[in-house]
Design a protein around this ligand. Sequence first.
Ligand code: ZN
Length: 189
Amino acid sequence: MYQSLLSDSRFHELLLACDRDLAAAARIAGCPQCNGTVHSANYWRKPRGRGCAVGAEHDRRFSFCCAVDGCRSRLTPPSLRFLGRKVYLAAVVVLVSMLQHNVTERRLWRLSEAVAVDRRTVLRWRLWWRRDFRASAFWQLARARLMPPVDEARLPAALIERFRGEGVERLMALLRFIAPLTGGTVHAR
Ligand SMILES: [Zn+2]
């Protein structure tokens, strides 16, 4: 089911629409350093893991630059598509990592093959959830809001289980939840 999601252009349109909203909110909020006006300073990425053709706009990472002289800070809003500097789409990082915990090895590797993720990358992601994600300032704050505590050895599967709805709704909810991790200067409150 998740495999078909990655090949569904409507799913990618949904991610892009969410990123547009997050970018619009960041623009309105202005520069987090000086409250100045920000200008668009988008850049291009080449995310891997999509199973269908989409327009070029899907590869654009929304970003802003403060217009105030002497500040010029870069503000990169949260994103549901890009997870930090990872080459693969955030959805792929989540799905492949999650499947390690609750499906058979065979199904995991079928998905890995479908999105062309090699075994070493999957192992690196596993380490990222266990070490970097858990140590992040975002997670240190966020986990305190989750009761009962999330079984951190089972991230991200243990986290997605906390959201309601069908597969796609849960996935979107999780991506939205962890989106503050992906912003350059925006931090979780
Ligand atoms: Zn500024």
